[in-house]
Design a binder for this molecule. Structure first.
Ligand code: SF4
Length: 176
C-alpha cells in the first residue's frame, strides 16, 4: 500500500546518500550536493565497498539501482540489505535504509530492511513503521531545505569531523 502522506513525494525524492548525509552533517550534505564529492576517495568508503563485494558472494540479486536515486546493496525476496563497514554512523545508515523502504513502498513493494555489519558479525532489522514513515518524510523536507540554502550550513564540530572527507575544507583555516 502506498504511504498515506501529506508530502509531495515526487518533488521531494532524492538520493539515498543525501538522506544519509542529512543525519551525518547538514553541512556535508550541502557540500556534497554542490558537487564537492571528495568522499569517493575515502578509504573507508572503499573498504565498505570491498566488504560488500566479498561478504555475500553467493547473492544473485545485488546492487539494484532504482530511478538513479537509490542504490540498494542486496535485494532478496522479503528483505533488502545494506552492508556497512562499521556502526559508527548507525543513525545515518538507519534513516537511509528506512528511506529505501519508504521509496519501495511508493512503488508498491513492501519489504523488511536489514543492515549487515560483517566486520562486527552483527545484523540489525529495520522496519518501516508509521512512525518511521513520518521520520523519513521529515528528513526529506529537511534535505530540501538544506539544498535550497545559498550558503553551506555553519560548521558544527562533531566527533567524526577529523575522519570526514571535508575536514580540510571545513577546518583548514583553524590550523594556521
Ligand atoms: S568536517 Fe565536520 S562540519 Fe565539516 S562537513 Fe565534515 S562532519 Fe560536517
Amino acid at each position: 500500500m502506498i504511504p498515506d502522506t501529506d508530502i509531495d513525494f515526487q518533488s521531494l525524492k532524492t538520493t539515498g546518500i543525501k538522506v544519509n548525509y542529512l543525519y551525518v552533517c547538514e553541512r556535508k550534505l550541502w557540500l556534497f550536493d554542490r558537487g564537492i564529492q571528495m568522499e569517493s576517495k575515502s578509504d573507508k568508503v572503499l573498504m565498505g565497498k570491498l566488504l560488500g563485494e566479498s561478504s555475500y558472494p553467493r547473492e544473485d540479486k545485488r546492487e539494484v539501482l532504482i530511478d538513479n536515486l537509490i542504490n540498494i546493496d542486496i535485494v532478496g525476496d522479503d528483505e533488502i540489505r545494506e552492508v556497512k563497514y562499521s556502526n559508527r554512523m548507525h543513525h545515518a545508515d538507519r534513516i537511509q535504509l528506512l528511506y529505501y523502504l519508504y521509496y519501495l513502498k511508493h512503488l508498491g513493494i513492501e519489504k523488511r530492511g536489514v543492515i549487515n555489519y560483517p566486520k562486527m558479525r552483527k545484523r540489525e532489522d529495520i522496519i518501516l513503521t508509521s512512525e518511521a514513515e513520518k521520520e523519513v518524510e521529515s528528513a526529506l523536507i529537511r534535505v530540501q531545505e538544506i539544498l535550497r540554502m545559498d550558503k553551506p550550513p555553519q560548521i558544527q564540530k562533531k566527533p567524526y569531523c577529523t575522519k570526514c572527507a571535508y575536514y580540510e575544507f571545513c577546518f583548514v583555516g583553524e590550523k594556521t
